[in-house]
Design a protein around this ligand. Structure first.
Ligand SMILES: [Zn+2]
Length: 455
């Protein structure tokens, strides 16, 4: 009798484990599996290891980034390319939720309401807008540092390069990935899902407000003696810039001038231009939501407003929204919203509908955009150096964002090209990288050189 009881208990435990496992499996399906529609066909669509069993991810010119061979999902044969494209392609365990293998699983399996899962075993070809080669160059240029690099065509919206680091090889996941500091945030696509202190790249917003709200802006001068006292705050500058007009103050990225400008504009004006620029909004990139930036303007003291006006204090910016703002400056106020899926073709060879471009609202007025672009071009001529960007009519702003004592600042470089053949906007962030122009500007230069000039 005891034996039977014991067996009953064992059976019960097994049944409960089965139920728990099934629930977990279903939950995973709901969150990672590309929607409820495909869950009915899960046996066809996922292999025994839970890997998406069909569908091929390719880059814009047809390089296969991930496909299925003999029932096993595999990746590009070069480990550096695998690392450089990991965050757009996705991993095997489903930890990178914004990767194509997870986020676009329904498109990869080719499920649709008309045909159901017919042809799902073969799956679809999903072409991304990125070029694996650009990603490879960007990943190499980051040199092992954490950060993100993104370049998109501001006229069409195609994201041509999108790297997030730290990354890892999805075919050889490091055993210490959750404990080793060098992999901190490795599952995160920093471009889409993070927000960072912007430092001086935010001066492009302060300046846009000043151009429109301070009628005598271009007749005035600001004197920098290395710091300025505003209320209780001492705003320190990176140099001692002396007397400057607005153009020189922008090229010098002078904190003393821009903190005073921010104070003069006032918190509500700065808030209005920040919101208009889209920095507190979320974009949808093929359904992937970008993280909203955040700012504290309400109830701010003048001193703290001074810091906020130069991209410090509580300012946090999402790299994707800053990239779109750069695109809008380039595009005369509006830009195409960025996207990642170039097209899909089904197992039957039937192509999907072509991508329909969506324009953003007006993020900056047309005339202000034009003035700002000229001033950003002057930054490169006067400060960053045109020789670093051969054959490029480049407009840019660097940022060196202080992130607390004992930590190196975040290095930023954001801007765009005014080349008809290469209407590209770009953003580079090197976390704790050091100087904006020297570090992030160099990464941008390397990537853009490949994109514009080839090898
Ligand atoms: Zn200064």
């Amino acid at each position: 009798m005891k034996k039977i009881e014991r067996r009953a208990v064992v059976c019960m435990v097994l049944a409960m484990l089965l139920a728990a496992g099934l629930s977990l499996f279903l939950i995973r399906y709901f969150t990672d599996g590309g929607g409820w529609a495909s869950s009915a066909f899960n046996r066809h669509l996922y292999n025994t290891d839970g890997q998406l069993a069909s569908g091929t991810v390719l880059d814009r010119d047809g390089d296969i980034l991930s496909t299925v061979v003999d029932g096993r999902r595999t990746y590009y044969d070069n480990a550096d390319v695998r690392k450089a494209t990991l965050h757009v392609v996705g991993d095997l365990q489903g930890n990178i939720g914004t990767g194509a293998l997870n986020a676009f699983a329904d498109k990869l399996t080719g499920y649709n309401l008309l045909n159901g899962a017919f042809g799902a075993e073969r799956g679809s070809n999903l072409y991304l807008t990125i070029d694996a080669r650009y990603n490879y160059e960007a990943y190499k240029a980051l040199g092992g540092k954490a950060g993100t690099v993104a370049v998109y065509n501001y006229e069409t919206g195609e994201i041509l390069c999108l790297v997030s680091a730290p990354s890892y090889d999805p075919l050889n996941v490091p055993a210490d990935i959750t404990t080793n500091d060098r992999y901190r945030g490795a599952y995160l696509n920093r471009f889409l899902s993070s927000a960072f202190t912007p430092g001086s790249i935010y001066k492009t917003v302060t300046l846009a407000a000043a151009i429109e709200e301070m009628p005598d802006l271009f007749d005035r001068t600001w004197t920098c003696s290395g710091s300025v006292q505003i209320g209780e705050e001492t705003i320190v500058c990176s140099g001692t810039h002396g007397e400057q007009n607005i153009g020189t103050a922008f090229a010098n990225s002078c904190n003393v001038a821009f903190a005073q400008i921010a104070q003069e504009l006032g918190a509500s004006t700065l808030k209005r231009y920040t919101e208009k620029a889209g920095l507190t909004s979320s974009y949808s990139i093929d359904g992937l939501p970008t993280t909203k930036g955040s700012f504290t303007f309400d109830g701010m003291t003048d001193g703290r407003l001074g810091w906020a006006g130069v991209g410090q204090d509580q300012d946090l910016v999402n790299p994707a929204s800053m990239l779109v703002y750069m695109g809008a400056i380039a595009g005369g106020g509006k830009t195409a919203e960025p996207y990642l899926i170039e097209k899909t073709t089904s197992a039957l060879g039937i192509p999907s509908f072509p991508h329909i471009s969506h324009k953003t609202g007006t993020l900056i007025s047309a005339s202000t955009a034009k003035t700002l672009a000229e001033m950003m071009a002057a930054n490169v001529a006067e400060t960053y150096g045109t020789k670093r960007f051969p054959n490029m009519d480049i407009c840019a702003k660097s940022g060196t964002a202080e992130v607390g004592e004992g930590s190196s600042p975040h290095a930023w470089f954001a801007g765009f090209l005014r080349n008809e053949e290469a209407p590209y906007a770009f953003i580079v962030l090197v976390e704790n990288g050091g100087g904006g122009s020297s570090v992030a500007g160099t990464v941008a230069g390397k990537v853009l050189d490949v994109m514009v000039n080839g090898y």
